[in-house]
Design a protein around this ligand. Sequence first.
Ligand SMILES: Cc1cc2nc3c(=O)[nH]c(=O)nc-3n(C[C@H](O)[C@H](O)[C@H](O)COP(=O)(O)OP(=O)(O)OC[C@H]3O[C@@H](n4cnc5c(N)ncnc54)[C@H](O)[C@@H]3O)c2cc1C
Length: 444
Amino acid sequence: MDPVHVIGGGLAGSEAAWQVGHAGVPVVLHEMRPVRRTEAHVGDGLAELVCSNSFRSDDAQRNAVGVLHEEMRQCGSLILHAADRHKVPAGGALAVDRFGFSEAVEAALMAEPLVEIRREEIAGLPPEEWDEIIVATGPLTSPALAEAIGALTGAESLAFFDAIAPIVYRDTIDFDKAWFQSRYGKGDGADYINCPLDRDEYERFVAALLAGDKIEFHEWETSTPYFDGCLPVEVMAARGLETLRWGPMKPVGLRDPRTGHRPYAVVQLRQDNALGTLYNVVGFQTKLRHAEQRRIFRMIPGLEHAEFARLGGLHRNTFINSPRLLDSRLRFKAVPRLRFAGQITGVEGYVESAAIGLLAGRFAAAARQGHETSAPPPTTALGALLRHITGDADTTSFQPMNINFGLFPALSPDPGRHADRKPILARRALADLDAWLRGTEPGC
Ligand SMILES: Cc1cc2nc3c(=O)[nH]c(=O)nc-3n(C[C@H](O)[C@H](O)[C@H](O)COP(=O)(O)OP(=O)(O)OC[C@H]3O[C@@H](n4cnc5c(N)ncnc54)[C@H](O)[C@@H]3O)c2cc1C
């Protein structure tokens, strides 16, 4: 049997190679380090954690990333197995000894007879004779390969920086203050959620943005030729008190139904997923620290009790417009021998990257064995994340996404307004994943 080729031995590529090998299919894992380095990796090991050593919450009863951990364990994930073995104390989080973790991943892959590891850069499109490929080269994909991918996707569908605006769960917005309306009634007339600010509220909000604690860019981020200068909201605020009122917070074309007047300033939120559960705060990409984002954005009238499915950020990142380019099995529609996995597909985080690697590995192995395997149902964390990046997300404003309960389909029957949905969604996800693995739930 010809091997599957996995390019990139990070979180996603290591997991993908493991899944392929475990399915009984030969696999070659191509990792460019140490031949060529990235700006963020410091060592040569596979699955190196480039920053924090945390895989976030391990609570599978109430937290979406905890559910994703548990589903990955059920699917025989190498990344989760190595993380569990090299766990360090971190309260309810799953944090790891980064060196022990990376060594364990590499040792497991080296011991797997069907896995071959080659230390080489794939500096362009892979040879034609490779007919089953997983590209898992991450946020710092080498320039030569990124250029080749860009030639396939078109410049508008490959990004070198993300500009992540915070995302709010719609059901945590106060509609006694916020209202639906598009500027000048454009589109459906009610495409945006609007949060009005009076002059005092606006000036206090701008002052809080300026004083808020921020994360600096890495020097190598700002010096990359790709940085397109997409400005964080606090940088816009620093250009003058009125800048935001002439930019993302401009109130023109809107009328507050409570007063009948145009508000002094407005924050707009736009629907972010087909389910209509998530809304992003338009133009609010930011380098504010996460705790500061929660504090400052809750100063916005209507968002006082907002819960955030994703917080904002702005980083060097390489990712494609997956909902436009990939099919439901992560294949590049225009060149189906290429599959994509990991951060480059527009998921965000170690766990999400590995999760998409897990799915890509399973899909590729099944294809090599001559059949198409089903995808996990969308009620599972794996299925919800996959469906978001391969279809549900808005292609015009696509930005990296982490797993959160807003990606899961609504409960049926609805448990009522005051019900605690998280444990119910978590239980449903794990039950459906179990049924899918046993073959009693068809998946999609
Ligand atoms: C600076 C930085 C900090 C981050 N911090 C965090 C964090 O704290 N927590 C978190 O959850 N997420 C973080 N992320 C986001 C993301 O989750 C990680 O980058 C994660 O490692 C992505 O997994 P991946 O497998 O997609 O990519 P990677 O883990 O980066 O793996 C990609 C691999 O591909 C190799 N490669 C690249 N190009 C080629 C090529 N042409 N040929 C062969 N090999 C190639 C690279 O050397 C690398 O080993 C961070 C990202 C960056 C850039």
